[in-house]
Ligand binder design. Structure first.
Ligand SMILES: Nc1ncnc2c1ncn2[C@@H]1O[C@H](COP(=O)(O)OP(=O)(O)OP(=O)(O)O)[C@@H](O)[C@H]1O
Length: 281
């Protein structure tokens, strides 16, 4: 459905995306992770046709995305102009006029769930509420590809949890490719199925989240014992503390022994370790 063939995007001298080759075909929730400036927004904007690729070919539904073709099957949810002078219910109506099969009943239910007042004007809402309205429009979309750019920015923990459960519901009601860029990997990992890590414009990792959780762990002990135990494994990061060390591994599990300590590590910690090292698959 989405195919990157050696895609690069330059903004003047800045190479925001570098030679990306990637196929995204299955209807599921993908988490797009990367540090600030890694290229996430550029990646999403290119798929939606809002940003033109500089080199290579980007296909959505077998058609090349360019200035003349902004794929209608893509719904891109990003921050909306702050000063929109429409009531929430009018914005929802507008979204349903523009999108075939927009799930307006689901949108209305979500407005209730988020305790939003349908008659309130968009420009009078708080930052978090504005994000909610934009998010609701994306969640109620039945387009085959829905892209969310940092949807939980400005949400408190209660709102974030509501969002994750509605995202899962949206995916079940209308199966589609959903890509969510976020910095909060451990939260979204409960519902996302795949993770794409972008680092300095390149795809560092694209894998199943459960597989990743199984394969990332740390090993701690005397340096010589750790070195022996992790020989041949893919080491992502090393932290030396005197005679001891902790290494972060991305590989199949090693056997436990009484000289070393093996621990699961959270995806957020793994990510922090990873971008300081690299994976050799
Ligand atoms: N319109 C633009 N003009 C010039 N440079 C840009 C433009 N948009 C993005 N960039 C640059 O491209 C790189 C990637 O930016 P992008 O916004 O895609 O990253 P991001 O991963 O979404 O970052 P963040 O998490 O901080 O939002 C950055 O170096 C950024 O400064």
């Amino acid at each position: 459905m989405i195919k990157f063939n050696n895609v690069s995007k330059n903004y003047g001298k800045v190479q925001a995306l570098k030679n990306i080759d990637l196929d995204i075909t299955e209807n599921k929730i993908y988490c797009l992770l990367g540090e600030n400036g890694a290229g996430k927004t550029t990646f999403l904007r290119c798929i939606s046709g809002l940003t033109q690729v500089s080199n290579g070919e980007l296909l959505v539904n077998n058609s090349k995305v360019n200035k003349l073709y902004m794929p209608e099957i893509v719904c891109f949810v990003e921050e909306r102009e702050n000063h929109i002078n429409l009531r929430i219910k009018d914005l929802i109506k507008l979204a349903s006029d523009f999108q075939d099969n927009f799930d307006i009943q689901f949108a209305k239910d979500m407005i209730d769930k988020f305790n939003l007042k349908p008659n309130k004007k968009f420009k009078q809402l708080s930052f978090g509420m504005k994000t909610m309205v934009n998010t609701i429009i994306g969640l109620a979309s039945t387009n085959k590809i829905v892209l969310f750019d940092e949807p939980v920015l400005g949400f408190d923990v209660i709102m974030r949890n509501k969002f994750y459960s509605l995202l899962e519901e949206s995916s079940k009601r209308h199966p589609k490719i959903i890509i969510v860029s976020t910095h909060l990997i451990d939260e979204i990992a409960k519902i996302a199925e795949d993770i794409i890590i972008v680092h300095e414009g390149s795809i560092l990792l694209n894998t199943d989240i459960l597989d990743l959780q199984e394969k990332c762990y740390s090993v701690t002990g005397l340096s010589s014992d750790v070195d022996r135990a992790v020989q041949g494994k893919n080491i992502v990061n090393v932290n030396n503390i005197g005679k001891f060390k902790t290494v972060t591994i991305y590989d199949t599990r090693i056997k436990n022994n009484d000289k070393i300590e093996i621990a699961n590590i959270g995806l957020q910690d793994f990510f922090a370790n990873l971008i300081g090292g690299e994976i050799n698959e």
